[in-house]
Design a protein around this ligand. Structure first.
Ligand code: FAD
Length: 639
């Protein structure tokens, strides 16, 4: 029997970013005991890196804003493929979640009359992003950690133990979920420092593990984002949706090579920065797609006036949704009008006084000064697309965040549906708060409803341990594969063949490569012991990276249209027939012995949008996305 440290909780939250922490707070406030597990240090998550802000229609800067406008913007951004119920809950609940953070102690930037300040961002009709300079995620995490500490102090007062109800397990990686008769029974993992195994026995697990960016070579994501939650859910029997939609943020650093991909916040454009090509032309005016015609300024003069008078001018096309801007940059570079290092220019230096740039964008100022020796108050930045976010994730019920596996919940970037084919900037931080809370509630209600808790079988623990240890004892002698080599090959293939512009033959090549890596992965071999062994950690993560890459590539091949974060060179148009179709990934074989089970992709129709929500849009706009049949019930059509 495997030697393993055992813990029992009501709920285990995997991930300590915004979604995970908000779920922990909610479950604890319902009186449940919660473990929060994270593979890096507590406080080090993508959420902490979020710069621009958190979208919520508080209407502090423009009173025209409300949940309906936010809902419309989100659906447009996602090209109407979003789970509309999630988009509705998100738009309605985001303001309350931001105000609630203030009650936890968050200190947002203020307007002159003392309200929470809100900034412009791509695709948002009004200034909507509550922010703290360009370090908003840091404040979110700081505040929620502070709230957790205050709850632990209450627990100490009541039980004499700070960790009576909430305990943090940092630098601890979960490698497998354990089920009994199809229901969640626990989670298995290892301590990164000692390599020792740990088992959580719990009837409910909330996955909040973030994204998959490390499957691509150029990315804004850091080392942890290997799609673990996505793969854990698949292996436990849950389904992933929308995996073909990967967001390439238009502005990542392109130079020097060591920092390629690091994010340049959209806040630069929100605060007045403009994109230019090597001919000094503000090229975004040439790239407003038909679906957005009339909604964006068509002259530089109008675009510039919009920054100070948004009610009487249309917004700059520099702030089109990210998918549009990323494709435009790609086209400019391809046409030979790029910057010296293969990007384009982002100019804020000629638009704002130096002091204002340093005050509004302190992190960007330091990032460029220290990493690229560029003073952004004096010269333009060089920027280009970088893999940033995955719209695809675990299919969940919008109201409870439950997956199709009883006891398994998901929230934040690892869940799918909310953002459709493309996420608007700022909508992730609000998503984490809204659905993190709902996942905490959903998991609590589930646990409270149980008559009997599932038990963890010893055999399940043994097989999870065997799988985790397999890189120390590969099956074939003399055929040793290095995990770092396989990771580099996978990242290169995904970047080159399933990147920002895709076509069938290249995706097929990528699938060929993924198939080859799946065979070679069985012979991945690591040296040394289980004590802090990064090669072993990567070997374990690599299985997850390959699984999610296969989902992305297979779904990308199947979706024969271009929409949001999925651009097919061979099918360049939006196709109304595809609008309500989801591609659902699952594994046919959930045997935990299978290192990397095969992925199948099936087409599933979405529930039609509720009529009162449909009526928030003009018929003329919907006609750009929907089939004629779908709109037959629209009141404007009936007249
Ligand atoms: P994360 O914050 O990514 O946290 C994931 C957690 O899961 C971590 O604690 C990690 O250690 C843990 N984990 C992962 N795998 C395992 C495992 N196997 N076992 C145990 N723990 C595990 N969005 C906005 O809305 N506004 C912005 O301004 C913005 N700026 C951004 C800037 C950057 C540079 C980046 C990279 C993203 C930005 N985003 C922004 C996107 C947003 O930050 C993320 O989508 C969001 O923070 C994801 O939050 P999350 O809670 O889902 O997961």
């Amino acid at each position: 029997m495997t030697e393993v440290e055992r813990h029992g909780y009501d709920v285990v939250v995997i991930g300590a970013g915004g979604a995970g922490l908000r779920a922990v707070i909610e479950a604890r406030q319902r009186g449940l005991s919660v473990a929060v597990v994270c593979k890096s240090l507590f406080g080090k998550a993508h959420t902490v890196m979020a710069e621009g802000g958190c979208a919520a229609s508080m209407g502090n800067v423009n009173s025209g804003d409300n949940w309906q406008v936010h809902f419309r913007d989100t659906m447009r951004g996602g090209k109407f493929l979003n789970n509309w119920r999630m988009a509705e809950l998100h738009a309605k609940e985001a303001p309350d979640r931001v105000w609630e953070l203030e009650t936890y102690g968050a200190l947002f930037d203020r307007t002159e009359d003392g309200r929470i300040s809100q900034r412009n961002f791509g695709g948002h009709t009004y200034p909507r992003l509550a922010h703290v300079g360009d370090r908003t995620g840091l404040e979110l995490i700081r505040t929620m950690q502070q709230k957790i500490v205050s709850l632990q102090q209450e627990d100490f007062a009541e039980h004499g133990d700070y960790e009576a109800k909430i305990k943090v397990f940092a630098e601890c990686t979960i490698t497998e979920l354990i089920t009994e008769e199809g229901r969640i029974a626990g989670a298995f993992g290892y301590w990164r420092e000692t390599g020792r195994f740990i088992l959580f026995e719990a009837p409910a697990v909330v996955l909040a593990t973030g994204g998959i960016g490390k499957s691509f070579k150029v990315t804004s994501n850091s080392w942890e984002y290997t799609g673990d939650g996505h793969a854990l859910a698949l292996r436990a029997g849950a389904k992933l949706i929308n995996m073909e939609f990967v967001q390439f943020h238009p502005t990542g650093m392109v130079w020097p090579p060591s920092v390629k991909g690091i994010l340049v916040t959209e806040g630069v454009r929100g605060d007045g920065g403009v994109l230019k090509n090597s001919e000094e032309s503000r090229f975004m005016f040439d790239y407003v797609p038909d679906v957005f015609k009339g909604q964006y300024a068509d002259s530089e003069e109008e675009a510039d006036r919009w920054y100070t008078d948004a009610d009487n001018n249309r917004r700059t096309p520099d702030l089109l949704p990210r998918d549009e801007v990323a494709r435009a940059i790609n086209s400019e570079v391809k046409a030979g009008r790029g910057s010296p290092h293969g990007g384009v220019f982002l100019d804020i230096a000629s638009r704002l006084p130096a002091e204002e740039i340093k005050r509004k964008l302190p992190s960007m100022y330091h990032q460029f000064k220290e990493l690229a020796d560029v003073d952004i108050t004096k010269e333009a930045m060089e920027v280009g697309p970088t893999c940033h976010y995955v719209m695809g994730g675990i299919e969940v019920d919008p109201d409870t965040a439950s997956s199709s596996v009883p006891g398994l919940f998901a929230a934040g970037e690892c869940s799918g549906g909310m953002h459709g084919s493309n996420r608007l900037g700022g909508n992730s931080l609000s998503d984490l708060l809204v659905f993190g809370r709902r996942a905490g509630l959903g998991a609590s209600s589930y646990v409270e409803s149980l008559v009997e808790r599932p038990a963890v079988a010893d055999a399940a623990v043994d097989s999870a341990a065997k799988l985790a240890l397999s890189p120390f004892d590969p099956p074939e002698e003399g055929v040793e594969e290095n995990p770092y080599t396989l990771q580099v090959e996978l990242q290169q293939a995904m970047n080159d063949l399933v990147g920002i512009i895709r076509k069938a033959e290249e995706i097929e090549q990528a699938l060929g490569k993924i198939g080859e890596i799946k065979k070679r992965i069985r012979n991945v071999t690591v040296e040394g012991h289980r004590q802090f062994n990064p090669g072993w950690h990567l070997a374990v993560d690599l299985r997850n990276m390959v699984m999610v890459s296969e989902c992305v590539a297979k779904a990308a091949l199947k979706r024969t249209e271009s929409r949001g974060g999925h651009t097919r060179d061979d099918y360049p148009q939006l196709d109304a027939e595809w609008r309500n179709k989801l591609l659902v990934c699952s594994v046919s074989d959930t045997d935990s012995d299978a290192a990397v089970p095969a992925i199948t992709v099936a087409v599933q129709e979405q529930l039609p949008m509720r009529q009162d929500l449909v009526e928030l849009f003009e018929l003329e706009e919907l006609e750009k996305y929907y089939t004629g049949d779908e709109l037959s019930g629209h009141p404007a059509r009936k007249e």
